[in-house]
Design a protein around this ligand. Structure first.
Ligand code: CS2
Length: 495
């Protein structure tokens, strides 16, 4: 059977779900709005929305989620006919399990009507505004993590504060209106893979507010909470084959089910002056300071992920689990984690780092996930600093080698030339893709390419381009990649 032969998932059809599928057992009609989430993509639906669904099911009905898409209407179009319901399929080699999630009530598409989004954000019942807008959604310069005041959306939102386009513009306008109305501010909860994501959000939000009005900036700095978080769950993009498999297994067609792994982790700083759901009852860890967890996850998981993605794509592999099977890759990642990344991490007393790393490699090997290297390769300009470059900075400081991290960076440089090893075009998705093109066009030698990329201060900062050790190590790695290709370079890397 194919998905078109099934009825659509919705409140009215829920009773027809296969018995093995978990579904919301609470009265969704009684759920009140408590959270506005900006950037309602697959990751949020596999993560925060699932934890929140458990809270709602436990009887606390104050934390319904209103999702906001800042760009496209795809998610709204898929979920609206389903009354916000969707399926989470959890997969590993041993089979799949399914759960229908009910915590998202409604999805708004911001560009269609910014005012309805602002109206929801100023509702006094909304105590949390959370975000998964990806790195580029912060409208900052990746190397310095401070607001890019020339960003087109920022320029627009400063000129038109009541009809914003960016997450930052929406947040500041909503906080300003709440302040004017005498409503207490919401807590801002960043759930993106940025270092010190709460602080980073605070930096860009307060700067933007200051540019609007110094007093508003001061008010936000003094009164709004921005807890940092570490989020983790691998969520590949959903395919049509996934849709068919989900419909066949659950008995109902879902236009946008979420495919994910069994593992899930969320570590959150416990700073919510206006209240929060009791997420800790469902596996969330609340801590005073999340920094050590964030650095561990960004450097070990995401740093390895990006390295596997660039080198793996160049070596001709479609998915991360394929890459992990290819000669030399597992060994490369293991040595990179143990010898180059672990010594840069702050201590986490009582935490079994070796087990964590072994589990990461096992997760990368999950054969059921089909996580495309091309998907992870996106937005490299926004990801490189926190995933690889800051780790290299630490190694330089420690006067220790970083050849494997450098190979990851060189892999990105080779990938971003937009031509693969057979001369076929690569669809490079990155806010700076045009800039890469202009800078690298016609350049073929490692030295020329290195110079072209290192001119990008927003990625490499002021320090790395002039660092001889950095130039030499990345340059050598790039030279090998250009000469031997990624597969042979990785297979031949001495460990
Ligand atoms: C991935 C992440 O696409 C990417 O860049 O590295 O989305 C990764 O899957 C998650 O951070 C896992 O928690």
């Amino acid at each position: 059977m194919t998905s078109t032969e099934h009825d659509r998932l919705s409140t009215a059809t829920l009773h027809r779900l296969a018995k093995s599928v978990d579904q919301p057992k609470y009265d969704r009609g009684r759920v009140r709005l408590g959270i506005v989430h900006l950037g309602i993509g697959a990751f949020h639906r596999a993560h925060q929305a699932v934890y929140t669904d458990s809270v709602l099911a436990s009887g606390d009905n104050r934390w319904g989620i209103l999702g906001v898409s800042l760009r496209s209407s795809d998610t709204r179009d898929a979920l609206e006919p389903q009354d916000g319901l969707y399926t989470v399929a959890t997969r590993d080699g041993s089979g799949d399990s399914f759960r229908v999630i009910g915590s998202i009530g409604k999805v708004l598409v911001a560009p269609e009507n910014p005012e309805t989004v602002l109206a929801a954000m100023i509702d006094p019942e909304v105590r949390i505004v959370s975000l998964t807008v990806t790195e580029k959604g912060y409208c900052y310069s990746p190397a310095s993590a401070s607001l890019d005041e020339n960003h087109v959306d920022i320029v627009h939102d400063l000129a038109n504060p009541a009809t914003p386009r960016s997450a930052i513009g929406f947040i500041v306008e909503a906080l300003a209106r709440r302040h004017a109305n005498g409503t207490e501010p919401f807590t801002l909860l960043s759930c993106d893979n940025l270092p010190a994501n709460g602080e980073t959000l605070k930096r860009v939000v307060t700067r933007f507010a200051e540019l609007r009005d110094a007093g508003l900036g001061q008010f936000i700095r003094a009164t709004v909470a921005f807890p940092s978080t570490m989020v983790d769950r691998i969520v590949p993009a959903t395919t049509d084959a996934d849709r068919t498999a989900v419909a066949d297994a659950t008995g109902l067609a879902d236009a946008w089910p979420i495919m994910t792994e069994p593992f899930t982790q969320w570590v959150v700083e416990d700073h919510f002056p206006s209240g929060r759901p009791e997420w800790e009852k469902f596996g969330v860890t609340f801590v005073e300071n999340v920094d050590a967890f964030e650095l561990m996850k960004l450097r070990l998981l995401n740093g390895s992920h990006s390295t596997l993605a660039y080198l793996g794509y160049l070596a001709g592999h479609e998915t991360v689990s394929d890459v992990m099977k290819a000669e030399g890759f597992n060994a490369l990642i293991e040595a990179m984690m143990d010898e180059e990344i672990s010594p840069t991490l702050p201590p986490l007393p009582g935490f079994d780092l070796d087990a964590y790393k072994a589990q990461l490699r096992e997760r990368f090997r999950n054969p059921a996930l089909r996580h495309r290297t091309w998907q992870i390769a996106m937005d490299g300009s926004q990801k490189l600093p926190q995933r690889l470059l800051n780790t290299i900075r630490k190694r330089l400081e420690q006067k220790q080698p970083f050849d494997r991290l450098a190979l990851g960076v060189a892999g990105w440089m080779r990938y971003a030339t937009a031509l693969d090893e057979n001369g076929k075009p690569i669809d490079v998705r990155d806010p700076l893709a045009n800039e890469f093109k202009q800078r690298t066009e016609g350049k073929t030698s490692a030295g020329e390419l290195l110079d072209a990329y290192l001119g990008l201060g927003q990625i490499f900062g002021q320090d790395l381009p002039g660092n001889i050790e950095f130039r030499r190590t990345v340059g050598d790695a790039l030279e090998r990649l250009l000469k031997e290709g990624a597969a042979r370079t990785v297979a031949g890397t001495k460990l």
